[in-house]
Structure formats: structure tokens, C-alpha cells
Design a protein around this ligand. Structure first.
Ligand code: PBG
Length: 329
């Protein structure tokens, strides 16, 4: 048989496959999301996310040192707040949990890119990302509080703030508030295309932050929409976002790919808690190989076009990459 094209030629050995490989993973692409709790020597396992813990600040510091040793240069912090109220007052307390955590990390590990989540849900007693007035999650009043929260994180020494609330106009307002307070070097990683997804379930278990009534569909996006995602990204870039994010990642790889082709801006994707939990649960049952599933999923997110990935697999994947460095596969 005469065949001009034999694509299998480039699959013959692992060295050749390595030369032809189009997408790569590097620990420097990962951002590790972590949960901070009050106390000392606390490593409180999160049942809905096997392998992840709520960490007191001293333990957080140790984990961040481990990240840096593995080549992971960035962490994204969420506060496990037990003090919740209507107005999320703990969210912008200069001596709050996240603010203290950031100050410690900034002092001890100045090279770490410290990022913080900007949203009210861990701090409100109703579990919504915004202030509720007459059963409505009000936009502009919420944005004012988000600005205070971002400035308090900047004062503590954060490198990036990451608004995950999906209120309209918050990126521009936060940019202005940061600049006015002298923090023009603090970047904004905007959750631009954040969908109303069931895959956040395990995360809400970790922070005890599930909405007590209703759902988040009046602010997070309809999973059916992709044009709207491009519009959200466009608005956030116009308002001054430095990086735009698509979240979740796996059921939205088409959105990541489209964002990559339409915008010349760094693109992040969030491999969320439910995506993590699915692999961990199936692996526990022996139905998928945990390590291979993890690497395949992370590669798919990069292949779709994400420059950086927020993932609970950051440390495990970095360890795998380190082990395999210099080996052919
Ligand atoms: C808070 C926030 C959520 C996540 C990140 N920031 C939950 C939500 O919007 O309900 C989800 C992260 C994950 O599932 O891993 N606004």
C-alpha cells in the first residue's frame, strides 16, 4: 500500500512524541487555591475535597513554602470566616483573617504571588456574594463593599485581587479604588465568565458558604451562553482587568478556546472544586487513575487556551512534573 501521509510516524517513540507535542504543563502555570482558618496548628480536612485542608496561618505558610519549592509561584486565598453578618463587615476588617494571612505571607515569602478572592459570600449570613435588600442581591451597594475589601487586601500586601462576585462594574470600581489608595501595582484577575454551576458544591462545603435561600443565577452566568461570556470579558478588559478568567474549566473548554482566539489578554481558567472532587471520588473507587486523569485534564485546559490554571491539583501535578522531568513518556 502506498501512503504519502503516515501521521503515526511521529508517534513511534516517546522522544519523537515529545518533539511533536504541542502543549505543555509547567508548575509555573498553576495557581493553588487555599482555605485559611483561625487558630494555630490547624489542618482541618475538607470532607468534600479529599486531600485539601482548611489551614491556620502558620500551616498556610508551610504549604506556601512547599509550593515555592515545587515551582508554584502563586496561591489564591479564601477565608473560612465563622463571623458572618448581613453586611459582610469581616470582609474588609484590616485585622481580619485574610488580611493577617496576607501580611504574614508577604513578610515571610516576598517572592510569592499572593492572590485573594474578592466576594462577600464567606462573610454574609445568607451566603450570597452581595448585599441583600428586599430579597434582591443589590449591585452598586455591593460594589462599594468589594472596593473596601480589595483595598484592605492591598494594604496587607496582596499582589493580585480576584473578584469572583459577578457584580456589574466591579472591575472598574476596584481599579479606581486601588489606584486612589496608592496601589496601582496591584493586578486584577477578573472572574469574567463565571457560570452558575453545580460544580462549586464541594467548595461551598469547605467554606460553609452555600446560599441559605435562592441561587446565584441573577449574577452568575447561564451555562447556555457563550456570546455573553465574550461580552463579559470585553467589559472587564475595558474596565482595566489584567487577566480574565473562565470558570469552571472542563464543561467550558469551548469558552476558553473562544476567549483565547478573540482576546489578546492573559487567560486564566478555574479547575473548580467539583471537577477536583469527581476525579478524587472516581479514583478512590478505582475507576480512573488519579494521576493520569489529573494530568490529562490539566493539559486539556491548557490546550483549550488557558495561560494559567487555578487548580487544587497544583501541588500533586507539580510533583508529577518534577518526577518526570528528563524522562520520556
Ligand atoms: C465565591 C467563590 C466560589 C468559588 C470561588 N469563589 C463559589 C461560588 O461562587 O459559589 C468556587 C470555587 C470552586 O468551586 O472551586 N464567590
Amino acid at each position: 500500500m502506498y501512503l504519502t501521509h503516515r501521521p503515526r510516524r511521529l508517534r513511534q517513540t516517546s522522544a519523537i512524541r515529545g518533539l511533536a507535542r504541542e502543549t505543555s504543563l509547567h508548575p509555573g502555570h498553576f495557581i493553588y487555591p487555599m482555605f485559611v482558618a483561625e487558630g494555630e496548628h490547624v489542618r482541618d480536612p475538607i470532607t468534600t475535597m479529599p486531600g485539601q485542608n482548611r489551614l491556620s496561618i502558620d500551616e498556610l505558610l508551610k504549604e506556601c513554602e512547599a509550593c515555592l519549592r515545587l515551582g508554584i509561584g502563586a496561591v489564591n486565598l479564601f477565608g473560612y470566616s465563622v463571623e458572618k453578618d448581613d453586611e459582610a463587615t469581616k470582609a474588609y476588617d484590616s485585622n481580619g483573617l485574610i488580611q493577617r494571612a496576607v501580611r504574614t505571607l508577604k513578610n515571610e515569602l516576598p517572592e510569592l504571588c499572593i492572590q485573594t478572592d474578592i466576594a462577600l459570600d464567606p462573610y454574609t449570613n445568607h451566603g450570597h456574594d452581595g448585599i441583600v435588600i428586599d430579597n434582591e442581591i443589590v449591585n452598586d451597594e455591593t460594589v462599594e463593599i468589594l472596593c473596601k475589601m480589595a483595598v484592605s487586601h492591598a494594604e496587607a500586601g496582596v499582589s493580585w485581587v480576584a473578584p469572583s462576585d459577578m457584580m456589574d462594574g466591579r472591575v472598574g470600581a476596584i481599579r479606581e479604588a486601588l489606584d486612589e489608595s496608592g496601589f496601582s501595582n496591584v493586578s486584577i484577575l477578573a472572574y469574567s465568565a463565571k457560570y452558575a454551576s453545580c460544580f462549586y458544591g464541594p467548595f461551598r462545603g469547605a467554606l460553609d458558604s452555600a446560599p441559605k435561600t435562592g441561587d446565584k443565577k441573577t449574577y452568575q452566568m447561564d451555562p447556555a451562553n457563550v456570546r455573553e461570556a465574550m461580552r463579559e470579558i470585553e467589559l472587564d478588559l475595558a474596565e482595566g482587568a489584567d487577566i480574565v478568567m473562565v470558570k469552571p474549566a472542563l464543561a467550558y473548554l469551548d469558552v476558553i478556546a473562544r476567549a483565547k482566539s478573540e482576546f489578546d489578554a492573559p487567560i486564566a481558567a478555574y479547575n473548580v472544586s467539583g471537577e477536583y472532587a469527581m476525579i478524587m471520588a472516581a479514583a478512590e473507587k478505582g475507576w480512573v487513575d488519579q494521576e493520569r486523569a489529573m494530568m490529562e485534564v490539566l493539559l486539556s485546559i491548557r490546550r483549550a487556551g488557558a495561560d494559567m490554571i487555578l487548580t487544587y491539583f497544583a501541588k500533586d501535578a507539580a510533583q508529577t512534573l518534577k518526577r518526570d522531568f528528563g524522562r520520556f513518556s
